[in-house]
Design a binder for this molecule. Structure first.
Ligand SMILES: Cc1ncc(COP(=O)(O)O)c(C=O)c1O
Length: 430
């Protein structure tokens, strides 16, 4: 039976429910990337490494809640902590001790976090970081990476998807104030930055390109961009929303000897609940101080009704506290990632490059003479349709879920046997 037929046969309730969803929601979804053809299965519950859909199909999940769930779905310690918090209320809209505890934990291991502001999504964290950079420097232009994804903020909605020179969306104004540079190509990047140096407020970069292809940044590249920013009095901003607390207890940047002005966090630090975090050096973050600054002096940054709500703060704190006391979690999942990269490459017999770092990995089906993938442009020239087909095959035949076309994340709930199952599936893909 072909894959599509098999999928439709096994997901009848999902099909009916998704048709209903499409009546209420554009594309049937609330986040564009969650749609895949012919229709995404509808999830009824999750636990550990598994998603279970309304037809009772069980999937070993590598999407892991947009890569946020480092301890797996619904881990008991977070569940217990949340239950306790719910008894004491889950939305205060006021200062609370839960937030202070989380900040204490983050600031001990993230040196740049001299001051912190919480929001409820990564998008907001990057949006505010851009505003702060413009306020601090009095300049307008922000540089980002070709293929860099920082959420849906209009300020950074440019050069995300191939072809990078086409607008991502109507409705975005002042696009000329966002410029983009090629990842891991220092010479070209500096050449582009030099052209706008007088107006350059800051550069925002992920130390591992996530949505842009799961591509690690070269330390020398990142250092070179940082050096340019420092000399040019532009802010050097690292987006660690994917990478923060993913590979080690803390951010990735200290291991590369980087010294950013602002770091954004999200995903893992919310323990599965909504969060975005701006961490920055004191003198920069204090430009957001509203208690002693006039409108014209301050940067109006941060907040939102649900910012620093005690539920997100508790789930984030509990998750990080667990990781702090069980650092072996990182060696375990990092090794599984290494194993996955090696074995998937072997299974495809040289037809792929599997990029990534630690517990994040992505398979690129090679074509056009490509032999390595160091930037988004190259990743986009690989056979991305084949990757989506591979992922759909696993959904339909093997009970393995990657959001089609996206990178995979290994959690503490995954085992070596899970990766072996994935490798067998890869070896049978044709
Ligand atoms: C690097 C990076 N920054 C920002 C965001 C946006 O975060 P959110 O989806 O929480 O708004 C994402 C989301 O995937 C991301 O990968």
């Amino acid at each position: 039976m072909d894959r599509l037929k098999n999928y439709k046969k096994n997901t009848k309730k999902s099909s009916t429910l998704f048709s209903k969803s499409a009546k209420f929601h554009v594309n049937g979804v609330s986040h564009n990337i969650r749609y895949f053809a012919p229709y995404p299965f509808v999830v009824k519950k999750s636990s550990g490494k598994n998603l279970i859909d309304v037809d009772n199909n069980k999937y070993t999940d590598y999407w892991m809640g947009h890569w946020a769930l480092i301890l797996g779905h619904a881990p008991k310690i977070v569940k217990d902590a949340l239950r306790k918090q719910i008894d004491n209320g889950w939305m205060y809209g006021t200062v609370n001790e839960q937030t202070i505890r989380l900040s204490e934990l983050i600031s001990k291991v993230v040196p740049v976090a001299e001051k912190i502001r919480y929001v409820t999504s990564g998008t907001e964290a990057t949006m505010y970081s851009v505003r702060l950079a413009r306020s601090v420097t009095g300049r307008k232009i922000i540089a980002k990476i070709d293929g860099g994804w920082h959420g849906y903020t209009s300020d950074l909605l440019k050069s995300v998807n191939w072809p990078f020179n086409e607008s991502e969306s109507s409705g975005v104004i002042n696009e000329e104030q966002i410029i983009s540079i090629p990842y891991n190509d220092l010479e070209k990047s500096i050449e582009i930055l030099k052209k706008v140096s007088k107006d350059l407020a800051g550069v925002i970069i992920e130390p591992v390109l996530g949505g842009g292809g799961c591509i690690p940044g070269d330390a020398d590249y990142l250092k070179g961009i940082q050096e340019f920013c420092k000399k040019n009095n532009s802010l050097f901003m690292l987006d660690e929303i994917v990478t923060g607390f993913r590979f080690r207890f803390g951010c990735l940047y200290p291991t590369m000897k980087l010294d950013p002005d602002i770091v954004t966090l999200g995903k893992i630090v919310g323990g599965g609940l909504a969060i975005g975090v701006m961490c920055g050096k004191k003198e920069i973050m204090e430009v957001a101080d509203t208690t002693n600054k006039k409108k014209s002096e301050r940067s109006y940054v941060g907040g939102g009704t649900f910012s620093a709500n005690p539920a997100s703060m508790v789930s984030g704190f509990t998750t990080l506290n667990y990781l702090k006391s069980k650092k072996a979690t990182y060696s375990k999942i990092n090794e599984l990632g290494e194993y996955a990269r090696k074995e998937i490459t072997k299974a495809f017999d040289g037809k792929v490059v599997v990029t990534g770092r630690g517990s994040l990995f992505m398979t690129h089906f090679l074509r056009d003479g490509i032999t390595e993938v160091k930037d988004s442009q190259t990743a986009s020239r690989c056979d991305t349709k084949m990757l989506s087909e591979f992922h759909f095959k696993m959904i339909s035949e093997d009970g393995i879920f990657f959001l089609p076309g996206k990178l995979g994340a290994i959690s503490n709930a995954h085992t070596k046997q899970d990766i072996q199952k994935l490798v067998i599936s890869a070896s049978k893909f044709n």
